[in-house]
Design a protein. Structure first.
Length: 412
């Protein structure tokens, strides 16, 4: 970070109004937005040169403990997970579990640093990051992510999710490991109830995750119905439990891919339940052939965000924590290319995910924290078209050192 408490972004275009503006930043917050040229000279100035400036990007779903592990695992899980109907998704997860047997803490830290430097370089300043917790991984992933959270504080903020990737009922000891993970610094309790063998065990998985969340007054994130099975109903289970517990607005639903196969009458009832429970949904359409019904959820008023999900691991070969790239891919996969649709897609990598994970004031408005990206392109269409490296990234009011992040990220 280039340490200054006095910074002005000059000649910025905004999504909210026409014209060109100067954005004045003081003590980490947006102090003023004035017509270009009316601001006073400042200690440090960033020239937006008439390009778009928006809120920084937020990624609600990243398996940070397994980034850059694909080369050591092979393509078997990838092939199973991405098969046409996703009928082998459970087999893929079981195959992918092998990566945890030989993980080394120092290698995990190095890979995590690279992924987080990518995030900072591409303007992604907030991430909800998952770490597997089970008999193979123990709490190793949580410990690594907690260390990375401290290392990148103020540059990329991380919410650490203690995630029961291989189940709770079918993986004895995981319940205790989840509790230990929360005690050593995890922020969020994570589950994947559909991975259990029976509906009763799925419901028990959901209940246990909320029990632990209640013990620690923590949010919940769950990977739900992530397979080509229209009979899966764990999203409904989570929403119902959130209502019963008074956890409205504190539970995030990841994937929900089976939703694409649901009959319309059931889907309509599910949407009503999601709205009642204030459940936000994060979709990752680029990592699997099925995805949540994003357009319909948005039209109904459900908060939907887009996530990176994976970076070169058992489930996805690419990824660079560039949320503009995720938005670009999603615009194609979701067929959301009209002007209004592009704006919705852009919201899904900025303000929507911020709301989904409880970030207050993530809006380019006077008085809010200055987490901003200065883009290449005058509007959302141009930003999506090129999904280029930002001209500048501002995190917590400070200018991110792009050269340092690029070097750490090993960006060509």
């Amino acid at each position: 970070m280039k340490d200054t408490r006095s910074l002005t972004v000059r000649s910025a275009r905004l999504r909210s109004r026409p014209g060109v503006f100067d954005i004045v930043i003081r003590d980490g917050s947006i102090a003023a937005i004035v017509p270009a040229g009316e601001g006073e000279p400042d200690d440090l100035e960033v020239d937006a040169a008439g390009n778009l400036v928006t809120e920084s990007f937020v990624n609600t779903h990243l398996h940070l403990d397994k980034v850059f592990t694909l080369a050591g695992l092979g393509d078997a899980a990838l092939a199973e997970y991405q098969s046409g109907d996703m009928g082998k998704a459970m087999s893929a997860i079981e195959t992918a579990a092998a990566v945890k047997e030989g993980q080394d803490v120092e290698a995990m830290l190095a890979a995590g640093r690279r992924a987080l430097a990518m995030a900072a370089y591409y303007g992604n300043t907030h991430i909800r990051a998952l770490a597997d917790v089970d008999s193979k991984a123990g709490t190793r992933g949580v410990e690594v992510l907690v260390a990375l959270r401290e290392e990148f504080a103020g540059v990329v903020d991380i919410q650490v999710v203690a995630f029961a990737q291989d189940g709770i009922i079918r993986e004895p000891g995981t319940e205790d490991l989840l509790r230990t993970s929360m005690e050593i610094g995890a922020d969020v309790v994570g589950g994947i109830p559909w991975i259990e063998y029976t509906e009763a065990d799925m419901a028990e998985h959901v209940r246990l995750v909320f029990d632990i969340a209640a013990e620690h007054d923590a949010p919940v994130s769950m990977l739900l119905d992530d397979a080509g099975d229209p009979g899966l109903r764990t999203l409904e289970m989570m929403a119902t439990e959130a209502l019963r517990r008074g956890w409205e607005g504190r539970a995030l639903a990841h994937h929900a891919r089976a939703m694409q196969l649901y009959p319309d009458p059931y889907f309509e009832r599910l949407v009503a339940l999601l709205k009642a429970a204030d459940i936000a949904v994060v979709s990752d359409p680029h990592t699997g052939p099925l995805h949540a019904r994003v357009r319909e959820l948005m039209a109904a008023g459900v908060n939907v965000s887009l996530g990176q999900d994976d970076i070169s691991d058992a489930y996805y070969a690419f990824g660079r924590n560039n949320m503009l790239e995720v938005a670009f891919l999603s615009a194609h996969l979701l067929w959301m290319m009209s002007g209004p649709d592009q704006e919705l897609v852009y919201d899904a990598v900025t303000v929507n995910p911020a709301d989904a994970i409880g970030l207050d004031g993530h809006r380019l408005t006077v008085g809010n924290r200055a987490n901003l990206v200065v883009l290449e392109g005058e509007d959302v269409t141009e930003a999506l078209r090129f999904h280029a490296t930002p001209r500048a990234v501002i995190s917590h009011g400070l200018l991110v050192d792009a050269d340092a992040m690029r070097s750490m990220a090993k960006v060509p």
